[in-house]
Design a binder for this molecule. Sequence first.
Ligand code: NOJ
Length: 785
Amino acid sequence: MLRRPRVALVAAVVGLCLSMAGSAGAQTPAGPSPRVRDLLGRMTLDEKIGQLNQIPGGRQRALNSRLDAAALDRVRRGEIGSFLHVAGAAQLRELQRMAVEESRLGVPLLFGMDVVHGYKTLFPVPLALAASWDPALMEQTARVAAVEATAAGLNWTFSPMVDIARDPRWGRVVEGAGEDPYLGSVLATAQVRGYQGTSLADPTSILATAKHFVGYGAAEGGRDYDSADITDRTLHEVYLPPFHAAAKAGAGSMMTAFNDIGGVPLTAHPALVRGVLRDRWGYDGLIVSDWNAIPELLNHGIAATPQAAGALALRGGVDMDMAGNLYSAQLKGAVEADSALLPMLDQAVIAVLTAKERLGLFDAPYGRTDPAREAAAMLTPEHRAVAREAARRSIVLLKNDGGLLPLAASVRRIAVIGALAEDANSSLGSWRAQGKVEDVRPLLPALREALPQATLTYAQGYRPEAAQAIAVTASGEGAQAVVEISDADALAEAVAVVRASDLVLLVVGEHFDRSGEARSYTDIGLSAAQDALAAAVLDTGKPVVVLLMNGRPLAIPELAERAPAILETWFLGVESGPAIADVLTGRVSPGGRLPISFPRASGAAPLTYAHLPTGRPAAEDLVRDTARYRDQPITPLFAFGHGLSYASFDYSDLRLSTTEVAADGSVEVSVTVRNVSDVAADEVVQLYVRDPVAAVSRPVQELRGFRRVAFVPGEAKRVRFTLTPAQVAFWDPDGWRIQTGEIQVMVGASSADIRARAAFTITSEGVSDIPAAAIATPSSEEPVA
Ligand code: NOJ
């Protein structure tokens, strides 16, 4: 494990020495283990290249479908190091047996899949889980995913996606933890721990992949795969920290990103992959390309031939070729043409073999391929219970005028409007592994069960229809789009149902397939059909609770203005319906908080609460020329960290343990939070900092601590955070610089709801070697009178 951040009082940056948490057979500073060294020494060039070759054994929705005779022969010949899109204990046992017993050297295979938010028990989509602000919960969901996936023979997941996303036009915001590098780092750590457990060699542990290294979320215009044109500072302060946190947590693999930064694709980026990740951070895990990304170096225009592309990727530090078939076809020629590539090839093979060793595959190749365990492991009542808890904790109450929620017991006639209310398919979100629609408990039946005293009447209000295949996923499968059609009859029926009700639950948002890979949109509002429906429902004057279902922030200013209550329910997985019902009925008070800002308009993206002040900070007054849009207020629609509760909380007595701290010291920030209501509820206490004067302009706010705290009615707790100056350091090519001067501290219920402020002074200069946002802030809570 990495130790605490090293703060030097002299300007020297010492490379970090990472080690794999609890892993067997870890590489030591002395290099690979004796077994790996021995194997390497006995391998032919072809066998080495075979280890670097990952091929699809099936398709995302047709697992194992490509395991034909030719593929099996390649296994026997040692030409394959890993399969993806495969699963099933019996099938993978047989495949593993071929590799172990029928190939010359008996090297076991890695079996990978995108197990992203559950395997069979589907949890909320990652952005929703991040809204729980609950690292322990994310660790638990990742653990369940690991238990189920490994029972099905898998030993490698391409998760967590730790890309920071500040542009909701980018469809993959759904897969990550949102806009903030501190929150992202804490949650990345939790997920890696959950996937990998205490020992990677445990048969219920799965190799985690932090992806996509790096800058993928900064795609220009929010267009998936597009270039990221970001400064070194932004790269180091915003996009790299969660990767550092994942590395420090022992993530066994990393995936390079499709995009380029400043013209250099990450698939062939020696400065970042070898320079930062390997050398500076000391990362010794397995680095895999993204799907077909090595051949795509030709499209990037940095390689004229496939052979040159292979050489570039290897030089860039990519160990394994995912689905590109390029290393296997070209590396031999490349190495023969340039023997300087040979040591790099050996390094790549060492990384693959070491990952296999850490997973315990040499000693127990069939540890994860037990059909009896597979039969018993899936969607157990315990796993469903975790899914229900996760879904409840991910829900965010965005607005609740007049305390419309929770639903009063006296409400008898409820109209449920909008096709998403019965869309079990959308509840699963993107990357659903083996999640099945029939295992989802959707909203409508769950509501009927939870509200037996009420009459529920349902109307769609518009027609969702499957359109022609318009898109192709990364694995080459056609995807169906859903178009929503305004239909006068459907609308009239919905309005009639609304008129005959006392209260309306209006379920709108996006079909799940609008967010995810290659799902970038310029318009992130509601569809025209849903807009028309919402307007018609609101025009009736009935009390309306909006239930949003979506995978990205939506620009819905009118809805936010007109609807008295809005509940953000994302795509919540198999327990979606009951969890939403729990919150609507008040069995559970909503405690989720937004991990990403909601813009007022599509044209306001990208955006973040952690922006720089600029020379002309945005001002309300339009007479002044300031950094703002003239046609929108200066605030987001809903701010980062925002989320209401059925309870109310009072913050008081913010104290710092000291107001002067040396560069290598620490300061304790404590505050009393009291539940001043008669409702049991969670509050997410958030700690932000600002360096008001530094050598470079610093963000107006940066999250540096949080704690989700449970309160019974009337209860008060003292919540403590321990901050170090290294956490407010700014990036500099020579190290993370800690400067003397004032640091402002803000504590509150969201980035836009600061309840108390204080300040301390850093009294000496220093240099730290860890990205500031990747340093976790210890916190604690204790009851007070
Ligand atoms: C492409 C995606 O970018 C990546 O996240 C995923 O892991 C691979 N395809 C494999 O499915």
